[in-house]
Design a protein around this ligand. Structure first.
Ligand code: NAP
Length: 327
Protein backbone atom coordinates (compact mmCIF):
# COMPACT_ATOMS: atom_id res chain seq x y z
CA UNK A 1 0.00 0.00 0.00
CA UNK A 2 1.16 3.53 -0.73
CA UNK A 3 0.55 6.81 1.09
CA UNK A 4 1.13 10.43 0.22
CA UNK A 5 3.64 12.68 2.00
CA UNK A 6 5.39 16.04 1.83
CA UNK A 7 8.80 14.55 1.01
CA UNK A 8 12.09 16.47 1.24
CA UNK A 9 15.03 15.34 -0.91
CA UNK A 10 18.67 16.41 -0.93
CA UNK A 11 20.51 16.94 -4.19
CA UNK A 12 24.16 18.02 -3.95
CA UNK A 13 23.56 20.15 -0.86
CA UNK A 14 20.28 21.73 -1.95
CA UNK A 15 16.87 20.66 -0.71
CA UNK A 16 13.51 20.47 -2.43
CA UNK A 17 10.15 19.04 -1.49
CA UNK A 18 7.43 17.30 -3.47
CA UNK A 19 4.16 15.53 -2.69
CA UNK A 20 5.25 11.92 -3.20
CA UNK A 21 3.84 8.41 -2.89
CA UNK A 22 5.74 6.26 -0.39
CA UNK A 23 5.48 2.56 0.52
CA UNK A 24 3.69 1.88 3.80
CA UNK A 25 5.75 -0.45 6.01
CA UNK A 26 4.45 -2.61 8.88
CA UNK A 27 5.32 -1.18 12.33
CA UNK A 28 8.11 -3.01 14.12
CA UNK A 29 7.64 -4.56 17.60
CA UNK A 30 6.62 -1.92 20.18
CA UNK A 31 5.67 0.57 17.45
CA UNK A 32 2.16 1.57 16.39
CA UNK A 33 0.93 2.70 12.99
CA UNK A 34 -1.27 5.81 12.84
CA UNK A 35 -3.30 7.19 9.93
CA UNK A 36 -2.66 10.90 10.35
CA UNK A 37 -5.60 13.24 9.72
CA UNK A 38 -3.79 16.47 10.66
CA UNK A 39 -0.36 17.79 11.54
CA UNK A 40 0.83 21.32 12.24
CA UNK A 41 3.66 23.62 11.22
CA UNK A 42 6.27 24.53 13.83
CA UNK A 43 9.53 26.41 13.36
CA UNK A 44 11.45 23.12 13.76
CA UNK A 45 9.48 21.60 10.84
CA UNK A 46 10.59 24.46 8.62
CA UNK A 47 14.22 23.79 9.61
CA UNK A 48 13.80 20.09 8.80
CA UNK A 49 12.09 20.92 5.50
CA UNK A 50 14.95 23.21 4.48
CA UNK A 51 17.87 20.86 5.17
CA UNK A 52 18.96 21.92 8.68
CA UNK A 53 21.20 19.02 9.72
CA UNK A 54 20.97 20.07 13.39
CA UNK A 55 17.35 18.93 13.17
CA UNK A 56 17.36 16.20 10.49
CA UNK A 57 20.58 14.33 9.74
CA UNK A 58 19.56 12.26 6.72
CA UNK A 59 17.40 12.88 3.66
CA UNK A 60 15.10 12.03 1.94
CA UNK A 61 12.79 12.72 4.85
CA UNK A 62 9.17 13.44 5.84
CA UNK A 63 9.05 16.27 8.48
CA UNK A 64 6.21 16.92 10.93
CA UNK A 65 6.78 16.97 14.73
CA UNK A 66 3.01 16.86 15.43
CA UNK A 67 0.34 14.38 14.38
CA UNK A 68 -3.22 13.42 15.28
CA UNK A 69 -5.13 10.48 13.86
CA UNK A 70 -6.32 6.92 14.36
CA UNK A 71 -4.37 3.79 15.23
CA UNK A 72 -4.43 1.50 12.20
CA UNK A 73 -2.05 -1.14 13.57
CA UNK A 74 -1.88 -1.21 17.38
CA UNK A 75 0.88 -3.82 17.52
CA UNK A 76 1.14 -3.23 21.28
CA UNK A 77 -0.93 -4.00 24.35
CA UNK A 78 -1.64 -0.32 25.02
CA UNK A 79 -3.59 0.69 21.90
CA UNK A 80 -6.43 -0.78 19.87
CA UNK A 81 -7.11 -0.17 16.20
CA UNK A 82 -9.39 2.81 15.60
CA UNK A 83 -8.33 4.66 18.76
CA UNK A 84 -7.85 8.46 18.40
CA UNK A 85 -4.35 9.51 19.39
CA UNK A 86 -1.87 12.40 19.37
CA UNK A 87 1.91 12.31 18.93
CA UNK A 88 4.18 15.31 19.49
CA UNK A 89 7.94 15.58 19.58
CA UNK A 90 10.53 13.04 20.69
CA UNK A 91 12.36 12.08 17.50
CA UNK A 92 9.29 12.31 15.26
CA UNK A 93 9.82 14.85 12.49
CA UNK A 94 13.54 15.00 13.28
CA UNK A 95 14.91 11.60 12.23
CA UNK A 96 11.73 9.50 12.48
CA UNK A 97 9.35 10.32 9.57
CA UNK A 98 6.60 12.62 10.81
CA UNK A 99 3.12 14.01 10.43
CA UNK A 100 3.59 15.60 7.00
CA UNK A 101 2.90 12.05 5.75
CA UNK A 102 -0.52 10.39 5.84
CA UNK A 103 0.85 7.51 7.95
CA UNK A 104 3.44 7.31 10.73
CA UNK A 105 5.05 4.37 12.57
CA UNK A 106 6.19 5.47 16.04
CA UNK A 107 7.03 3.83 19.38
CA UNK A 108 3.90 3.24 21.49
CA UNK A 109 5.58 5.20 24.31
CA UNK A 110 5.34 8.42 22.28
CA UNK A 111 1.57 8.22 21.89
CA UNK A 112 -1.13 10.03 23.94
CA UNK A 113 -4.80 9.02 23.82
CA UNK A 114 -6.68 12.07 22.49
CA UNK A 115 -9.06 13.57 25.07
CA UNK A 116 -12.65 13.16 23.80
CA UNK A 117 -13.54 16.83 23.95
CA UNK A 118 -10.70 17.98 21.70
CA UNK A 119 -11.31 17.55 17.98
CA UNK A 120 -8.43 16.85 15.60
CA UNK A 121 -8.12 20.43 14.31
CA UNK A 122 -8.16 21.77 17.90
CA UNK A 123 -5.45 19.30 18.84
CA UNK A 124 -3.16 20.38 16.01
CA UNK A 125 -3.91 24.08 16.53
CA UNK A 126 -2.36 23.43 19.93
CA UNK A 127 0.38 20.98 18.86
CA UNK A 128 3.95 21.37 20.07
CA UNK A 129 3.54 25.16 20.14
CA UNK A 130 0.71 24.81 22.65
CA UNK A 131 2.53 22.24 24.78
CA UNK A 132 5.52 24.59 24.91
CA UNK A 133 3.39 27.59 25.83
CA UNK A 134 1.65 25.53 28.51
CA UNK A 135 4.92 24.20 29.96
CA UNK A 136 6.19 27.80 30.09
CA UNK A 137 3.02 29.06 31.79
CA UNK A 138 3.32 26.32 34.42
CA UNK A 139 6.89 27.46 35.11
CA UNK A 140 6.03 31.14 35.51
CA UNK A 141 3.01 30.25 37.67
CA UNK A 142 5.41 28.71 40.17
CA UNK A 143 6.46 32.24 41.14
CA UNK A 144 5.59 35.93 41.02
CA UNK A 145 2.18 35.23 42.57
CA UNK A 146 2.26 38.54 44.43
CA UNK A 147 3.23 40.77 41.54
CA UNK A 148 0.62 42.76 39.64
CA UNK A 149 3.09 43.60 36.90
CA UNK A 150 2.36 42.17 33.44
CA UNK A 151 3.92 39.02 32.02
CA UNK A 152 6.12 39.72 28.97
CA UNK A 153 5.81 37.37 25.95
CA UNK A 154 8.31 37.69 23.09
CA UNK A 155 7.72 36.48 19.52
CA UNK A 156 4.13 37.13 20.53
CA UNK A 157 2.48 36.64 17.13
CA UNK A 158 4.26 33.29 16.54
CA UNK A 159 2.88 29.83 17.30
CA UNK A 160 4.24 29.46 20.84
CA UNK A 161 3.90 33.19 21.54
CA UNK A 162 0.27 33.59 20.51
CA UNK A 163 -0.91 30.59 22.54
CA UNK A 164 1.12 31.85 25.52
CA UNK A 165 -0.59 35.26 25.24
CA UNK A 166 -4.03 33.58 25.14
CA UNK A 167 -3.32 31.26 28.08
CA UNK A 168 -1.86 33.92 30.38
CA UNK A 169 -4.71 36.30 29.64
CA UNK A 170 -7.28 33.52 30.20
CA UNK A 171 -5.65 32.85 33.58
CA UNK A 172 -6.34 36.48 34.54
CA UNK A 173 -2.89 38.02 34.20
CA UNK A 174 -2.01 41.10 32.20
CA UNK A 175 0.17 40.40 29.13
CA UNK A 176 2.70 42.68 27.43
CA UNK A 177 3.32 41.35 23.93
CA UNK A 178 6.68 41.97 22.27
CA UNK A 179 6.51 41.78 18.49
CA UNK A 180 8.31 42.76 15.30
CA UNK A 181 5.03 43.14 13.37
CA UNK A 182 3.44 46.59 13.53
CA UNK A 183 0.55 45.23 11.44
CA UNK A 184 -0.35 42.73 14.19
CA UNK A 185 -1.32 45.15 16.98
CA UNK A 186 -5.07 44.47 16.57
CA UNK A 187 -4.43 40.72 16.34
CA UNK A 188 -2.45 40.75 19.61
CA UNK A 189 -5.13 42.81 21.38
CA UNK A 190 -7.82 40.43 20.10
CA UNK A 191 -6.06 37.44 21.71
CA UNK A 192 -5.66 39.14 25.10
CA UNK A 193 -2.53 41.32 25.10
CA UNK A 194 -3.10 44.58 26.95
CA UNK A 195 0.12 46.28 25.96
CA UNK A 196 2.08 45.90 22.72
CA UNK A 197 5.82 46.63 22.60
CA UNK A 198 7.54 46.95 19.23
CA UNK A 199 10.81 45.01 19.00
CA UNK A 200 12.84 47.89 17.48
CA UNK A 201 11.80 50.29 20.26
CA UNK A 202 12.51 47.64 22.89
CA UNK A 203 16.06 47.15 21.67
CA UNK A 204 16.74 50.87 21.15
CA UNK A 205 18.40 51.52 24.54
CA UNK A 206 21.51 49.80 25.89
CA UNK A 207 20.84 47.00 28.36
CA UNK A 208 21.95 47.71 31.93
CA UNK A 209 22.93 45.07 34.51
CA UNK A 210 19.69 45.87 36.40
CA UNK A 211 16.80 47.92 35.07
CA UNK A 212 13.43 49.05 36.44
CA UNK A 213 11.36 45.94 37.23
CA UNK A 214 8.61 46.18 34.60
CA UNK A 215 7.37 42.59 34.29
CA UNK A 216 6.43 39.94 36.85
CA UNK A 217 7.76 37.11 34.63
CA UNK A 218 8.36 36.41 30.97
CA UNK A 219 8.07 33.76 28.28
CA UNK A 220 10.84 34.16 25.72
CA UNK A 221 10.43 32.35 22.40
CA UNK A 222 13.28 34.11 20.57
CA UNK A 223 16.53 34.22 22.61
CA UNK A 224 19.54 36.40 21.73
CA UNK A 225 19.41 40.15 22.43
CA UNK A 226 15.74 40.02 23.45
CA UNK A 227 16.32 37.46 26.19
CA UNK A 228 19.40 39.41 27.34
CA UNK A 229 17.32 42.62 27.48
CA UNK A 230 14.44 41.16 29.50
CA UNK A 231 16.41 39.45 32.30
CA UNK A 232 17.24 42.74 34.17
CA UNK A 233 13.61 43.92 33.81
CA UNK A 234 11.92 41.14 35.78
CA UNK A 235 10.52 41.80 39.28
CA UNK A 236 11.98 40.05 42.34
CA UNK A 237 11.51 36.27 42.32
CA UNK A 238 10.13 36.22 38.82
CA UNK A 239 10.74 33.48 36.26
CA UNK A 240 11.81 33.73 32.63
CA UNK A 241 10.81 30.63 30.67
CA UNK A 242 13.34 30.25 27.86
CA UNK A 243 12.03 28.21 24.97
CA UNK A 244 13.25 29.48 21.60
CA UNK A 245 16.16 30.78 19.56
CA UNK A 246 14.86 32.39 16.34
CA UNK A 247 16.70 35.64 17.28
CA UNK A 248 19.92 33.93 18.39
CA UNK A 249 21.45 31.37 20.70
CA UNK A 250 23.60 33.68 22.80
CA UNK A 251 22.58 35.32 26.08
CA UNK A 252 24.53 38.25 27.43
CA UNK A 253 23.81 38.92 31.09
CA UNK A 254 25.29 39.46 34.57
CA UNK A 255 24.64 37.69 37.85
CA UNK A 256 22.71 40.69 39.26
CA UNK A 257 19.17 39.65 38.27
CA UNK A 258 19.87 36.28 39.87
CA UNK A 259 21.60 37.31 43.10
CA UNK A 260 19.82 40.63 43.74
CA UNK A 261 16.31 39.72 42.54
CA UNK A 262 16.25 35.93 42.87
CA UNK A 263 15.39 35.54 39.18
CA UNK A 264 14.93 32.02 37.81
CA UNK A 265 15.82 31.29 34.20
CA UNK A 266 13.79 28.16 33.43
CA UNK A 267 14.55 26.03 30.38
CA UNK A 268 11.69 24.44 28.45
CA UNK A 269 12.09 21.30 26.36
CA UNK A 270 8.66 20.12 25.35
CA UNK A 271 9.81 17.54 22.77
CA UNK A 272 11.52 15.27 25.28
CA UNK A 273 9.09 15.82 28.19
CA UNK A 274 7.89 12.60 29.82
CA UNK A 275 4.73 11.22 28.21
CA UNK A 276 2.86 11.60 31.56
CA UNK A 277 3.61 15.36 31.50
CA UNK A 278 2.40 15.68 27.89
CA UNK A 279 -0.76 13.72 28.78
CA UNK A 280 -1.49 16.04 31.72
CA UNK A 281 -1.14 19.10 29.45
CA UNK A 282 -3.45 17.61 26.79
CA UNK A 283 -6.03 16.96 29.52
CA UNK A 284 -5.72 20.57 30.71
CA UNK A 285 -6.24 21.87 27.14
CA UNK A 286 -9.34 19.69 26.89
CA UNK A 287 -10.76 21.01 30.16
CA UNK A 288 -9.83 24.01 32.33
CA UNK A 289 -7.43 25.44 29.73
CA UNK A 290 -9.80 25.00 26.76
CA UNK A 291 -9.03 27.73 24.21
CA UNK A 292 -10.82 28.66 21.01
CA UNK A 293 -7.89 28.82 18.61
CA UNK A 294 -9.99 29.08 15.44
CA UNK A 295 -9.24 32.79 15.01
CA UNK A 296 -5.46 32.20 15.06
CA UNK A 297 -5.41 29.03 12.93
CA UNK A 298 -4.94 28.66 9.19
CA UNK A 299 -5.78 25.22 7.70
CA UNK A 300 -3.73 24.19 4.65
CA UNK A 301 -3.14 21.14 2.45
CA UNK A 302 0.21 19.54 1.58
CA UNK A 303 0.09 21.42 -1.73
CA UNK A 304 0.05 24.79 0.12
CA UNK A 305 2.55 23.88 2.79
CA UNK A 306 5.70 25.20 1.07
CA UNK A 307 4.56 28.83 1.13
CA UNK A 308 3.78 28.55 4.85
CA UNK A 309 7.23 27.05 5.49
CA UNK A 310 8.87 29.92 3.59
CA UNK A 311 6.86 32.41 5.67
CA UNK A 312 7.73 30.88 9.06
CA UNK A 313 11.44 30.86 8.13
CA UNK A 314 11.19 34.63 7.52
CA UNK A 315 9.55 35.17 10.93
CA UNK A 316 6.35 36.21 9.14
CA UNK A 317 3.82 33.67 10.45
CA UNK A 318 1.00 34.82 12.70
CA UNK A 319 -0.65 32.20 14.93
CA UNK A 320 -0.84 28.54 13.92
CA UNK A 321 -0.85 26.57 10.66
CA UNK A 322 -2.65 23.19 10.63
CA UNK A 323 -1.99 20.68 7.84
CA UNK A 324 -5.08 18.70 6.78
CA UNK A 325 -4.35 15.47 4.90
CA UNK A 326 -7.92 14.76 3.77
CA UNK A 327 -9.19 11.28 2.87
N1 NAP B 1 11.84 24.55 23.77
C1 NAP B 1 10.85 23.90 23.21
O1 NAP B 1 10.37 22.88 23.69
C2 NAP B 1 10.29 24.46 21.94
C3 NAP B 1 9.09 23.97 21.41
C4 NAP B 1 8.54 24.62 20.29
C5 NAP B 1 9.21 25.68 19.71
N2 NAP B 1 10.40 26.06 20.23
C6 NAP B 1 11.14 27.18 19.66
O2 NAP B 1 10.38 28.36 19.90
C7 NAP B 1 10.61 29.29 18.86
C8 NAP B 1 9.28 29.72 18.25
O3 NAP B 1 8.70 28.61 17.60
P1 NAP B 1 7.33 28.78 16.80
O4 NAP B 1 7.01 27.46 16.22
O5 NAP B 1 6.36 29.51 17.67
O6 NAP B 1 7.83 29.77 15.62
P2 NAP B 1 7.06 30.98 14.91
O7 NAP B 1 5.63 30.67 14.78
O8 NAP B 1 7.85 31.30 13.70
O9 NAP B 1 7.22 32.16 15.96
C9 NAP B 1 8.43 32.86 16.14
C10 NAP B 1 8.14 34.35 16.26
O10 NAP B 1 9.34 34.98 16.72
C11 NAP B 1 9.41 36.30 16.20
N3 NAP B 1 10.67 36.43 15.45
C12 NAP B 1 10.99 35.88 14.26
N4 NAP B 1 12.23 36.21 13.88
C13 NAP B 1 12.72 36.99 14.86
C14 NAP B 1 13.97 37.66 15.06
N5 NAP B 1 14.96 37.58 14.18
N6 NAP B 1 14.12 38.39 16.18
C15 NAP B 1 13.14 38.46 17.09
N7 NAP B 1 11.94 37.85 16.96
C16 NAP B 1 11.73 37.13 15.86
C17 NAP B 1 8.19 36.47 15.29
O11 NAP B 1 7.14 37.00 16.10
P3 NAP B 1 6.92 38.60 16.28
O12 NAP B 1 6.97 39.18 14.90
O13 NAP B 1 5.59 38.72 16.92
O14 NAP B 1 8.04 39.09 17.13
C18 NAP B 1 7.82 35.04 14.94
O15 NAP B 1 6.49 34.94 14.54
C19 NAP B 1 11.56 28.60 17.87
O16 NAP B 1 12.88 28.95 18.16
C20 NAP B 1 11.34 27.13 18.16
O17 NAP B 1 12.43 26.33 17.79
C21 NAP B 1 10.95 25.48 21.33
Amino acid sequence: MEYSAYYVEENEGSYSASISKLDLKKPQEGFVQIKVSHSSLNYKDALSASGNKGVTRNYPFVPGIDAVGKITDGNSSEFTDGEDVIVTGYDMGMNTPGGFGEFINVPAGWVVKKPVNLNNVDAMSIGTAGLTAAASVLKINESSKNSDLPVLVSGATGGVGSIAVMLISMLGKEVSALTGKSSSVDFLKSIGASNIIMRDNYLETDTKALEKASFSSAIDTVGGKILSKMLPQIAPHGVVACCGNVAGIEVNTTVFPFILRGLTLAGIDSAESPIEFKTSIWNKFADEWKLDLSSITKIVTKENLQEEIDLILKGGQQGRVVLEHGE
